[in-house]
Structure formats: structure tokens, C-alpha cells
Design a binder for this molecule. Structure first.
Ligand code: 5GP
Length: 174
């Protein structure tokens, strides 16, 4: 409980970002506080330690920041899932819906060892579109998704329903 309070105390609400009417959850104060940052990384990985994890897939861009220390903590490889066109070698891509239009998420085609255990990780679960695309990508690459771990789920949005076939772990629900 103390760890969760420390984490929560270092997430800042920013009204009207990136657009009027949106209350953005800003995690940069947490990154700048080493005890809160460490507590967040521990909270993201702890439920998945016992089962073993081979790869952590972090979602661009804030999922990279939490995913890299999470991978080291789990003795797992780190795999970046990026927006289309950023990864240099052969990729697998998955389209997903945005509020307006669609986007494509990519991983390197050789990044996930077939049969491996994969934890997908991000800072915030909102509509679930990004997480859904990442889970589908990992499965297409032959990996087993052991979980999707986020700092925060925005419970007014349907992210959890969109990921009903995945073990979803959210440290905070707001
Ligand atoms: P979704 O695809 O679930 O709608 O959106 C999740 C993605 O958008 C995540 O990669 C997350 O980083 C970002 N996102 C959406 N809303 C917020 C927010 O309020 N705060 C932060 N930090 N990220 C957000």
C-alpha cells in the first residue's frame, strides 16, 4: 500500500492535453523520483516473476522507459514495439484503430523466440487499441503472452474488455 501511494503521488494530472477535454496522466514526475520509479518497475514485474518471462515487449514510447528496467529485473530480453517505419530490419506489423483513423505497430520479425513467454508492458491502458495490437503481434510471432502489465488503467474506457483473453495487471485503476 505504501508503494502504491508513492507511485500515485508522483503521477500528475494535466487537463486539456493533448486536446481540450482530455485529462492526461503525466508519469514524468514518477520517472524523476528514484524510489517511486523503482516501486513502479517492481510492481509491474512482481506478479510475473514466478512463472518466468523470456521477453518483455515495451510499447512506444513510455513502455520503453518502464520496459527496459523491467526486462533486466526479470532477466528477460527487451523488445521494442514501435510505430510503423521506425525499426530497421524485417518487421511484423499489426494495424489498430485510433480515435481518428488507424495506425500500425511493428516488432522485428525475429525478436520473439517461438514458444517463448512474453510480458507486454506499457504505462497507461486507455482504449486498449495499442495493447490489443501488441498482443496479436506477439502471438503471430509464436510467443505466449503471459500478461499485459500497466501502471494505470483508465477504467472509464473499454481497454480491459478489449484484452479479455490476456492476464491484465494494472497497479492503479483510475
Ligand atoms: P490506448 O491504445 O489504450 O487507447 O492508448 C494507450 C496508449 O496511449 C499508451 O501507449 C499510453 O502511453 C498512451 N496514453 C493514453 N492516454 C494516456 C494518458 O493519460 N497518460 C499517458 N501517460 N499515456 C496515455
Amino acid at each position: 500500500a505504501a508503494a502504491l501511494e508513492l507511485i500515485q503521488a508522483h503521477i500528475r494530472d494535466v487537463p486539456d492535453f493533448p486536446r481540450p477535454g482530455v485529462l492526461f496522466k503525466d508519469i514524468t514526475p514518477l520517472l524523476n523520483h528514484p524510489q517511486a520509479f523503482a516501486a513502479a518497475v517492481a510492481g509491474l514485474v512482481d506478479p510475473f516473476r514466478a512463472g518466468g518471462v523470456d521477453h518483455v515487449v515495451g510499447l512506444e514510447a513510455r513502455g520503453f522507459i518502464f520496459g527496459a528496467p523491467a526486462a533486466l529485473a526479470l532477466d528477460a530480453g527487451f523488445v521494442p514495439a514501435r510505430k510503423a517505419g521506425k525499426l530497421p530490419a524485417d518487421t511484423l506489423g499489426q494495424a489498430y484503430d485510433l480515435e481518428y483513423g488507424t495506425a500500425v505497430l511493428e516488432i522485428h520479425a525475429d525478436a520473439i523466440t517461438p514458444g517463448s513467454r512474453v510480458l507486454v508492458l506499457d504505462d497507461v491502458l486507455a482504449t486498449g487499441g495499442t495493447g490489443r495490437a501488441a498482443v496479436d503481434l506477439v502471438r503471430r510471432a509464436g510467443g505466449t503472452v503471459v500478461g499485459f502489465s500497466v501502471l494505470m488503467e483508465l477504467s472509464a474506457l473499454p481497454g480491459r474488455e478489449k484484452l479479455s483473453d490476456v492476464e491484465l495487471h494494472a497497479l492503479l485503476s483510475v
